[in-house]
Ligand binder design. Structure first.
Ligand SMILES: NC(=O)c1ccc[n+]([C@@H]2O[C@H](COP(=O)([O-])OP(=O)(O)OC[C@H]3O[C@@H](n4cnc5c(N)ncnc54)[C@H](OP(=O)(O)O)[C@@H]3O)[C@@H](O)[C@H]2O)c1
Length: 340
């Protein structure tokens, strides 16, 4: 068991990077050193974490020397180039980008779901953190997969602007401040996001799926270890600031009762079941933003098919969907108990 780790964060000034800082602080992550990295524009800035100021650096040869752990949240190209160098320098490189997720030689990890893939005996390596929408989906599906078996999953997402980084967040705030403008400027999203829903996250393939949908479909199979699972996804950007929501249709292999599903969800580490629809009690992105768990509600059976269940899954895409999951992977590897 190793204590007081030397930790790097690449993309430390970004949406996910800033949340890394908050969570390292909140969970009293045992650190001897923090080395924040960002672009030239941020070099020299100070980041205050755990009572000390740490100076933002740029990436350069040898910059990971002596580190035990490096979190990456700067996009695919930077991760592709630098994460293997961090592992080569002897650090665990926990990568939030999509660069390595579907590489068969790289583990794609959500600790509550497939944490057994890495442990305190693992050697420094690149470990991929899944897509934010995938993480909350697989956490909600895992207890159902274990107890009842999964036949098919269909999901439609309602994704917050924070999923597009600081630029996406700022674009919604700017459009809100200027809400009477009939033609607001949009640079991050393909259309104005205010008072709108945009059925496109990423670029489209020849079959009509956008890249976010393909990520959810492929990553879900890999994480659950169910290569034949039927998964279909439809992703939509909405003008919520933070926390992604998903309506999920899951067909189970066994016929079961609602109470059994409720019990399996409630007893699963990392899930909060919030379901009193008559009182309008169910998770919403406003309430879930800033929280760690995956929230599940609106659980009900399809009237035509007794194997088919519907549920509503909401989680903070920057916390469980990115930074928190990465830190939980590190806690799992280094056998650290969070002291929140
Ligand atoms: N937002 C989410 O919900 C979410 C969820 C899961 C995964 N992710 C992934 O996490 C990554 C970051 O997302 P984000 O939302 O945090 O983006 P963001 O807010 O745009 O932040 C990007 C970060 O990368 C840094 N950066 C840019 N160029 C760099 C360079 N040449 N060298 C070092 N650092 C550089 C930026 O530094 P400056 O401030 O100096 O420009 C900033 O710290 C992406 O791969 C994204 O797909 C995001």
């Amino acid at each position: 068991m190793k204590r007081n780790l030397k930790v790097g964060v690449v993309g430390a000034t970004g949406m996910v990077g800033q949340t890394f800082m908050n969570i390292l602080e909140e969970r009293k992550f045992p650190m001897a050193e923090l080395r924040p990295f960002a672009s030239d524009a941020s070099a020299g800035k100070k980041i205050h974490v755990q009572g000390q100021d740490w100076t933002v650096q740029t990436l350069k040869p040898g910059c990971f020397d002596g580190l035990d752990l490096v979190f990456f949240s700067s996009g695919d190209d930077i991760s592709k180039e630098w994460a293997p160098l961090a592992a080569k320098a002897g650090a665990f490189a926990i990568d939030n980008s999509a660069a390595f997720r579907m590489d068969p030689s790289i583990h794609l990890v959500v600790p509550e779901v497939n944490g057994h893939l890495v442990n305190s005996q693992s050697k420094p390596q690149v470990i991929a953190n899944p897509n934010c929408s995938t993480i909350q989906l697989v956490v909600a599906l895992k207890p159902l997969a274990d107890k009842f078996g999964l036949e098919e999953v269909r999901v439609s997402s309602y994704q917050a602007v924070s999923g597009a980084g600081i630029a996406g967040y700022d674009e919604l705030l700017a459009q809100t401040a200027d809400y009477k403008n009939p033609e607001p400027e949009n640079a991050t999203f393909p259309h104005p996001i205010l008072f709108n829903c945009i059925p496109q996250i990423g670029s489209f393939n020849d079959e009509g799926f956008c890249s976010e949908e393909v990520k959810i479909m492929k990553e879900t199979r890999k994480i659950l270890g169910l290569s034949d699972l039927k998964v279909s996804a439809f992703t939509v950007r909405i003008p919520a600031l933070n926390a992604h929501s998903e309506s999920v249709w899951v067909t189970l292999k066994q016929k079961t009762e609602r109470a059994q599903i409720v019990e399996s969800l409630k007893s699963f580490n990392g899930i909060v079941f919030q379901d009193e629809p008559q009182k309008s009690v169910y998770p919403t992105p406003r309430n879930v933003s800033g929280e760690d768990p995956v929230y599940v509600g609106r659980l009900h059976r399809d009237p035509e098919n007794p194997y088919l269940w519907l549920m509503w899954v909401v989680s903070d895409n920057i916390r469980k969907g990115a930074a928190l999951n990465g830190i939980q992977i590190a806690e799992h590897i280094f056998d650290i108990k969070p002291q929140a």
